[in-house]
Design a protein around this ligand. Structure first.
Ligand code: NDP
Length: 323
């Protein structure tokens, strides 16, 4: 490991709503936060068009514009926002220990506290037609984008709890929801399965996959294929929702932070504390259930407050020792 070049009081990794909210609170608490944005500055919201469900924007707000506003707000209180990717970490297990963080495989920094808000990445099927129409009717978030398909026919792919929940959510808004499950059973909990099966306007198709998303500029239809019989069928839809899971961005923390079997960081009780003193996690990287901008922002605020309290406890114990 090379020499460290800088000592930071509060280092924030990731620049989604969780990271920026943590930055706003940490900066106002004089923790002089430094944020590294990661490869996708602004996070998942920069891939969304309209955000209609974030409180305080009665007319809705453009996702990327909202992230620019959040950055300005964090900078107004003194946050240093830096482009760069944290590529390696060496966390200290000691209370009051200094954490070492490497940026862009080259520069090592020291941090007294670290707030992780690296988010999660939605999985996609990987079909060329799906990738081409992302933002043109293909979405990975029904709660974010479902409203735009009010009164229309849509389809959803996936058989887990997210797909089941989002299918019933869409069924409330849309005329018809075709649900494609690749196996002959759903992975979702029994309760969620019952909800899907008892919703009249969900057309549940087992053993069914997407063959191609149809449409030039926007989604106009879907060609489905039955993976048992090979039979293909085309339906008209205006929106396709992919709900096949998310991958938390936690690769660099493996072996150091406690994670569940799918890689989500585990936080203690109602706090944002990880198993390492002085390291906190907020936003989608520790939340596979709610995954909303507003809930991410809420936990970002919590992480900054937890970091502030942690530093205050250490400073007061250092004062006691010094006396
Ligand atoms: P899951 O990993 O549980 O489910 C993913 C689903 O997508 C599975 O049905 C899987 O099929 C399917 N799938 C994966 N890849 C493909 C593909 N290439 N083509 C077609 N289908 C595919 O993810 P979820 O996001 O649903 O849930 C993640 C976790 O969050 C779970 O633990 C879940 O219980 C939890 N959760 C809980 C909620 C709640 O309690 N309210 C709400 C939402 C999530 P297959 O089964 O064949 O692998």
């Amino acid at each position: 490991m090379s020499e460290t070049t800088e000592r930071i009081k509060c280092l924030i990794i990731g620049s989604g709503p969780a990271g920026y909210t943590a930055a706003i609170y940490a900066a106002r608490a004089d923790l002089n936060p430094v944020m590294y944005t990661g490869l996708e500055p602004g996070g998942q919201l920069t891939t969304t068009t309209e955000v209609d469900n974030f409180p305080g924007y009665p007319e809705g707000v453009d996702g990327p514009a909202m992230m620019v506003d959040l950055q300005k707000q964090a900078e107004r209180f003194g946050t240093q926002v830096r482009m760069g990717m944290v590529t390696e970490v060496e966390f200290s297990k000691e209370v009051g220990g200094v954490h070492k963080v490497c940026v862009d495989n080259s520069t090592w920094l020291e941090a007294e506290t670290v707030i992780i808000s690296t988010g999660a990445t939605a999985k996609y099927l990987g079909l060329p037609s799906e990738q081409r129409l992302r933002g043109g009717g293909v979405s990975a978030c029904a709660v974010c984008d479902g409203f735009f398909y009010k009164g229309q026919d849509v389809a959803i792919v996936g058989g887990g709890d997210t797909a089941a929940e989002e299918a019933t959510y869409l069924a409330n808004i849309c005329t018809k929801v075709t649900m494609l499950v690749r196996k002959d059973e759903m992975r979702a909990s029994k309760a969620m399965q019952h909800r899907v099966m008892n919703t009249k306007n969900i057309d549940l198709r087992y053993n069914t996959e997407v063959d191609e998303v149809l449409g030039d500029q926007v989604v106009e239809g879907l060609r489905m294929v039955n993976n048992q019989t090979g039979e293909k069928e085309e339906i008209k839809i205006t929106g396709l929702f992919i709900a096949i899971g998310h991958k938390p961005n936690t690769e660099i923390f493996k072996g150091q932070l406690d994670m569940d079997s799918t890689g989500y960081l585990i936080t203690k009780g109602k706090s944002t504390k990880t198993n390492i003193p002085g390291v906190f996690a907020s936003g989608d990287v520790q939340d596979k259930e709610y995954r909303q901008a507003i809930t991410a922002a809420g936990t970002g605020c919590m992480a900054a407050l937890d970091a502030e309290r942690y530093l205050a406890t250490i400073e007061s114990s250092e004062e006691v020792t010094a006396k």
